[in-house]
Ligand binder design. Structure first.
Ligand SMILES: [Mn+2]
Length: 430
């Protein structure tokens, strides 16, 4: 085994200054600042050689004073401990980062390529081999072309790590769009990337293209485990492993209510699900303090109205704790089916019969059915009007509510509302 290697602790998209959505704001352990401090401690405890920051560490200029304090303190602690810092600026902190670099004026802090020009630095840690870092920083909030268009990286024998905040994918977009194969063609052994909040350790033609993802998830659109990544460089061989430092997790959870006879049964089933979930993830992820569930309620039942009312009361109000992990419900979605026989009901042409038939077409997702199409079209128009209203503008900044509900969501909403109406009609008929 070679002792010659370099350890890098990597993070990006910390967004200091932002609050994770749909969780209690008063809980300081869920704050981004708290997890950032844990990141700094982890780098020091693990005695890594380098900390790599892939951009959008600060959320925006608006939160400058709230965000810059913790950033500056953390960076200073790392430098005091002899850890070198390699960073690039992202679209959110294109001006905050250069300013921080000037204010610190420290030898161990390397902001690569401010102003949008490629730059490289060689780092020779005491413990390992020399590693070359190349990087580019956002010069302004949007960049419509690929920064790889004017990259010039000389081939060397030293391991080389690229650091870049960019939108890897189709090659189109407003945030430094690049294509995966273009990244792979550069003489770089691994890329540490920023901008996309979902963590992925993707490889293209053997080259690691790591998106560490947001350090702490920021909204329900960022499910699963989040944290820092430990990257090890030994010669040209680069490996990466996630260290799940996040205290918060968003997750979608299914609950089957087929066996529930009453409202109380529903409540108990949901509470048990939250309890079991908290126990399970708490054991697996020692840093975790909170799981925010999006419940998907399934099964055959006649309790449509009761389930909706029960869950409405539980969202944001219920908090189940196991050891140090709290579980809450941030939202629920009903996907229950009726325990009536819709085919049987649809044989008559009284109001319940007509409704049962419409429900059957929605259930079959029959795209050719003119009536189902018309209902979906009108629902789409109505929700779009609400969505585009200027009053709800702030909601469009949340990845969760940015777009109006899609066809599948509309279909499921109409189906559930139809079941409630059917219950009412049948109760009236009896
Ligand atoms: Mn970004």
């Amino acid at each position: 085994m070679s002792a010659d290697f370099c350890q890098i602790l990597c993070t990006g998209d910390v967004h200091l200054g932002r609050r994770p959505s749909r969780v209690p704001v008063e809980d300081d352990e869920l704050s981004v600042r708290h997890v950032w401090e844990r990141f700094v401690k982890t780098a020091i405890n693990r005695e890594v050689d380098v900390v790599a920051l892939t951009g959008d560490i600060v959320d925006s200029e608006n939160q400058m004073y709230e965000a810059l304090g913790p950033l500056e303190r953390g960076v200073q602690r790392l430098l005091d401990d002899g850890i070198e810092i390699v960073a690039v600026a992202g679209n959110h902190d294109h001006s905050a980062f250069p300013r921080l670099a000037r204010a610190l004026d420290a030898e161990g802090f390397h902001l690569l390529g401010p102003g949008g020009a490629w730059e490289e630095v060689q780092i020779a840690p005491e413990s390992g081999e020399t590693v070359r870092f190349v990087g580019w920083s956002f010069p302004q909030p949007t960049v419509l072309t690929s920064p790889l268009a004017d990259v010039e990286i000389a081939e060397t024998d030293e391991p080389t790590i690229g650091v870049l905040h960019c939108e890897a994918g189709s090659g189109e977009g407003q945030y430094a769009p690049v294509q995966r194969d273009a990244l792979a063609r550069t003489p770089v052994d691994a890329w540490l990337l920023g901008h996309i909040h979902a963590p992925t350790d993707y490889r293209e033609a053997g080259q690691l293209q790591l998106y560490p993802g947001s350090l702490q998830p920021l909204d329900p659109g960022e499910p699963g485990p989040h944290g820092a990544w430990l990257v090890e460089v030994a010669d040209q061989d680069v490996t990466a492993e996630q260290i799940p430092l996040a205290t918060l997790r968003y997750q979608e959870t299914a609950v089957d209510v087929s066996d529930c006879e009453t409202r109380d049964d529903v409540e108990e089933t949901v509470l048990n699900t939250l309890r079991d979930g908290a126990a399970e993830v708490g054991e697996q992820y020692p840093n975790l303090r909170h799981v925010a569930h999006r419940l998907r309620v399934e099964g055959r039942t006649h309790l449509h109205r009761e389930i909706e009312e029960t869950l409405r009361e539980m969202v944001g109000a219920v908090r189940r704790e196991v050891d140090e992990v709290a579980a809450t419900i941030e939202r629920f979605r009903l996907e229950t089916r009726p325990d009536h026989d819709l085919d049987e009901l649809a044989r008559t042409d009284d109001p319940p019969g007509v409704l049962a038939e419409l429900l059957l077409t929605l259930e079959r997702e029959d795209a050719a059915d003119e009536r189902a199409r018309r209902v979906l079209r009108e629902a789409s128009k109505a929700t779009r009007q609400v969505h585009e209203s200027s009053r709800y503008e702030p909601l469009r900044r949340d990845s969760e509510t940015r777009d109006p509900p899609g066809r599948e969501d509309l279909r499921s909403m109409l189906y559930q509302q139809g079941l409630l109406l059917l219950d009412e009609l049948l109760a009236g008929r009896d």
